[in-house]
Design a protein around this ligand. Structure first.
Ligand code: 9WN
Length: 454
């Protein structure tokens, strides 16, 4: 089994090598030929175990495209790729007209979960060249700080203490059923969505991807934000979608804690980040916790309502190192329930949506399949609260999935089949990180006692 893991790690590195674009990494050469924001954080972390320099460069390339208001764009376009290869491309976003996009770069106009400070800190923790890594942290810190300040300042229009996302693409879990109600409630005036061609369907099975109806809603929301001039001061008047969600906010909190640590490492003042973390923590408990359902849910700040869907986002507050015992116990109960831990033999944890829901879909994008990044996040969350057995089960399932089906984008929770893109960068990168964190290929066993160290 050791040999298999060693081979697996070799293939993971090969994928990162093939997907390297020269200064950053594409999530997939076919389906996603540009640089994506949270992908790059996962990729840099995985790559950092064998190539510190390129891993650091990955994040620096991303932050070189940060807008002047601190907004870190969700896509930095690869200028060697034509507009026709990915929709929506730079022409659709028309970001340049804001005057906030750095010269020489082309970006989308929305953001993604701010996992970057956490990735940078984790990279530093195992850096071989510690001095170079400290210098890297010092260079990245102003950008990280600006990213967090942007979210606090411009994305909290009602002052709840949490940033909102204005598009499902910002959540990273685009097609999750958690947004269904909001997308259904959009009143899209006939003829408003321009004619467009879906490029994703040239590279992926339509059964794995969002439906055309959902895509229209995605395009409509992006258009509305673009046409408002990406003006966050007018969000309450112009945004048809404004949601504070547990996954985005928990990552924001986890990264804010990391930012305080980075500040300490480079000799800056951690105080503002510690204060921010305390405020976010408190706001998550106040705004996103439903005491009756005993679950964290996203809050739609336009209606004031919580979104009661049984999805994986409810478990993300495990990333809060100070999560109170009551909330922790409720999350554990849900994670162990048949909805997220199906009893069928050979199942793989953790499905992204309750397997008991009538609209659970074992293969469609974020509507049921297991993803390596959400598993990796929960693995961290469980470990930090001392739930070793549960964390090990997730690690074992993740490795078994990639060993069985390759570095696919997502996986069937029942039979482990792989779906979406092949050669998907974060599946490869987080496999590397998982194995290395567990002690390296020679110490990790997939058989017998779960993840027992040899
Ligand atoms: C839109 C790149 C990205 C991920 C997202 C994932 C998917 C894009 C798409 O791919 O979204 O941003 O075209 O479907 O949902 O999390 O960052 O891997």
């Amino acid at each position: 089994m050791e040999t298999t893991l060693t081979t697996l790690l070799g293939s993971a590195r090969d994928i990162l090598h093939v997907n390297w674009l020269g200064a950053s990494t594409a999530p997939s050469r076919t389906l996603y030929p540009h640089q994506w924001s949270w992908d790059s954080a996962f990729i840099a972390l995985g790559r950092s175990w064998h190539d510190q320099r390129r891993a650091e460069q990955e994040l620096e390339t991303l932050f070189a495209a940060q807008w002047s208001n601190g907004m870190l764009p969700h896509i930095v376009f690869n200028l060697d790729v034509s507009e026709a290869e990915y929709f929506p491309g730079p022409g659709f976003w028309d970001a340049r007209r804001t005057g906030r996009v750095p010269r020489g770069t082309a970006t989308s106009g929305i953001t993604q979960p701010p996992i970057h400070a956490r990735a940078a800190l984790d990279m530093h923790r195992h850096a071989r060249d510690v001095d170079a890594s400290r210098a890297f942290l010092a260079r990245l810190y102003p950008g990280l700080r600006a990213q967090h300040e942007y979210l606090a300042r411009d994305r909290d229009p009602t002052g709840i203490g949490l940033p909102v996302i204005v598009h499902p693409w910002e959540s990273g879990l685009d097609n999750s059923p958690v947004w269904d109600r909001d997308l259904r409630d959009l009143r899209i005036p006939p003829g408003t969505v321009p004619a467009y061609r879906r490029r994703d369907l040239q590279h992926a099975d339509p059964a794995d991807r969002p439906t055309d109806e959902v895509y229209d809603a995605f395009v409509y929301l992006a258009m509305r934000y673009r046409d408002s001039g990406y003006d966050d001061r007018r969000l309450l008047d112009t945004a048809p979608f404004a949601i504070a969600g547990p996954l985005f906010c928990a990552i924001y909190l986890w990264s804010t804690d990391a930012l305080a640590e980075i500040a300490r490492i480079i000799g800056a003042d951690p105080g503002p980040h510690e204060d921010a973390a305390a405020r976010i923590r408190e706001a998550m408990l106040r705004e996103l916790w439903d005491p009756e359902a005993r679950r964290f849910y996203p809050r739609d700040i336009l209606t004031g309502h919580l979104e009661p869907e049984e999805t994986i986002v409810s478990f993300a507050p495990l990333l809060d190192a100070d999560l109170p015992a009551e909330h922790l116990a409720a999350i554990l109960e849900d994670l162990r329930s048949v909805c997220f831990h199906p009893e069928a033999d050979g199942h793989f944890v953790v499905p992204t949506f309750s397997t008991r829901s009538p609209v659970f879909d074992r293969r469609r994008y974020w509507r049921g399949p297991v993803w390596i990044n959400t598993n990796w996040l929960l693995w961290h969350g469980l470990k930090q609260h001392g739930y070793e057995a549960e964390a090990e089960e997730i690690a074992r399932a993740s490795l078994a999935l990639v060993a069985r089906s390759g570095f696919r984008e997502y996986f069937d929770p029942f039979d482990g089949a792989g779906y979406g893109a092949s050669g998907f960068s974060w599946s490869a990168a987080l496999t590397i990180d998982l194995v290395e964190q567990l002690g390296g290929a020679e110490h990790v066993r997939l058989d017998g006692n779960p993840m027992a160290h040899a």
